[in-house]
Design a protein around this ligand. Structure first.
Ligand code: SF4
Length: 232
């Protein structure tokens, strides 16, 4: 086990070389080797995806896992797939992102007051990490949250991300009654230590193509996160 990182940058470096989940490491490498026809001339990232954003962030966006041909290809959360094409324009409108389009590590995107991560950092087959793989990844989230010293609000993108945050709170000693922490789009919660959470449907194509999650609904979540974080 590597030593505890003292900065988010150091943490990201450790995450990128993580090998705790053999099934996921093999899958990501295979996807990177075979590639999708549309990206056949690109070199895929193919490794655990490091987090991205402003180390001074008051808001954390917590997703599920990298997309096989999205961040597993580009090496940055939500970059280069349909979920990211839905998320970044909203972050731009909400004042967190410098531009609406996220296409690659070199696209010039800068984030302010937000940090983006996920409960699993390697693309899983069928977008479904196993419970054991999610558990393997928890130390990264615990260390990350400890290093985000200004953190006030976590936006949980989907139920699995919210469960990941609840488990994180539990590991930290919060004795919370699960019944009071039920996932619903736009629900808000405050944990015993003062940290707040907002839950949102995940911006997966399944949700955004069907209208289950619309752009105004998603923007309201991030505008509310700004408010709860005391920004503006
Ligand atoms: S999912 Fe997390 S714990 Fe598993 S190999 Fe990837 S970074 Fe490591």
């Amino acid at each position: 086990m590597s030593h505890s990182p003292s900065t988010l940058e150091e943490l990201n470096t450790q995450i990128v070389s993580c090998e705790r989940c053999p099934r996921l490491r093999t899958h990501c490498s295979e996807v990177a080797r075979i590639r999708r026809r549309a990206y056949i001339d690109q070199e895929y990232w193919g490794r655990p995806v490091p987090s991205f954003g402003d180390p001074e962030a008051r808001v954390l966006a917590l997703g599920l896992a990298p997309g096989a041909h999205g961040s597993n290809r580009t090496g940055r959360p939500f970059t280069g797939d349909g979920s990211g094409d839905f998320l970044y324009p909203v972050l731009y409108d909400a004042g967190f992102a410098s531009q609406p389009i996220a296409s690659s590590l070199k696209d010039g995107m800068k984030l302010k007051n937000i940090w983006i991560t996920s409960v699993a950092r390697c693309a899983p087959p069928g977008n479904k990490p196993t419970p054991e793989e999610l558990r393997n990844c928890t130390p990264w989230l615990d260390q990350e949250i400890a290093l985000l010293r200004n953190l006030r609000v976590v936006v949980c993108l989907g139920r699995i991300a919210f469960d990941g945050l609840l488990a994180h709170q539990h590991r930290g000693g919060s004795r919370i009654a699960r019944a009071q922490f039920q996932f619903a789009h736009g629900a808000e919660f405050t944990f015993p230590g003062g940290l707040k959470a907002i839950t949102s449907y995940h911006p997966s194509l399944q949700n955004t193509n069907t209208g289950k999650l619309t752009r105004p609904m998603f923007l309201r979540v991030f505008m509310r996160a700004r408010e709860l974080a005391g920004l503006d």
